[in-house]
Write a protein that binds this ligand. Structure first.
Ligand code: ADP
Length: 206
């Protein structure tokens, strides 16, 4: 193997990294996912963003999901998985950061199969640990300029955190069993948290 093919090999490895950013609502997944996508040249998919875009465009899909979002409940697995499947059709040429997905064990199981079908896999799930009171504070602050109705009501925020504890937290077990789970402290400056995430990802790339 010459230097050039070795180079290519490393490059491909880097590009195909699939990362799940995991944590409760308000833990900072969205902000960090954007930065990481730029830094590592990866796509970034936020299922919440995709759903909000559908609602804004007034599509049938959007209309069917409006109620769930406004109550702080999860959208049905089948719909969300189809959205991700569609996305992967045109975004399988490099790795992705998944932000807000998978959010149930059923989603994780179907996701693994979906990735396997296209010859891919999840490389790492990184949990961003932030205490509950800090989560509520951050979301209420974000709600002031995000314009997101689900960020404006403390009741809806608390319900989202409850739904996270009841249905989403368990997804960590799924990836722990696959030896793909890592956790970082999500409290600190944006740069500090970013560096902690990069340390986990860089270790995976070696
Ligand atoms: P947050 O993490 O702050 O709750 P998101 O943008 O990730 O923000 O999600 C907003 C809402 O979109 C969720 O409360 C839920 O209703 C819906 N949603 C997003 N991703 C999923 C998913 N993977 N499965 C089901 N519902 C989802």
């Amino acid at each position: 193997m010459n230097f050039f093919s070795l180079d290519n090999f490393n490059l491909n490895n880097k590009e195909m990294l699939n990362i799940i950013l995991f944590g409760a609502p308000g833990c900072g997944k969205g902000t960090q996912a954007q930065r990481l996508a730029e830094h590592y040249d990866l796509y970034h998919i936020s299922t919440g963003e995709v759903i909000r875009a559908e609602i804004k465009q007034g599509t049938e899909l959007g209309k069917s999901m409006e109620g769930y979002i406004s109550r702080g409940e999860l959208a049905p697995d089948s719909i969300v998985v189809e959205m991700v499947r569609d996305y992967m059709k045109s975004h399988a040429d490099k790795g992705c950061i998944f932000d807000g997905f998978p959010r149930t064990t059923a989603q994780a199981e179907i996701f693994d199969t979906l990735l396997a079908e296209i010859g891919s896999k999840v490389d790492v799930m990184i949990y961003m640990d932030v205490p509950e009171e800090e989560l509520v504070k951050r979301i209420l602050l974000r709600g002031k300029d995000s314009g997101r109705a689900d960020d404006a009501s403390e009741d809806v925020i608390r319900n989202r955190i409850e739904v996270y504890r009841a249905q989403t937290e368990v997804v960590a077990k799924h990836y722990t069993a696959q030896n793909k789970y890592s956790a970082i402290d999500g409290v600190g400056s944006m740069d500090e948290v970013f560096e902690r995430l990069c340390a986990v990802i860089d270790a995976k790339r070696q």
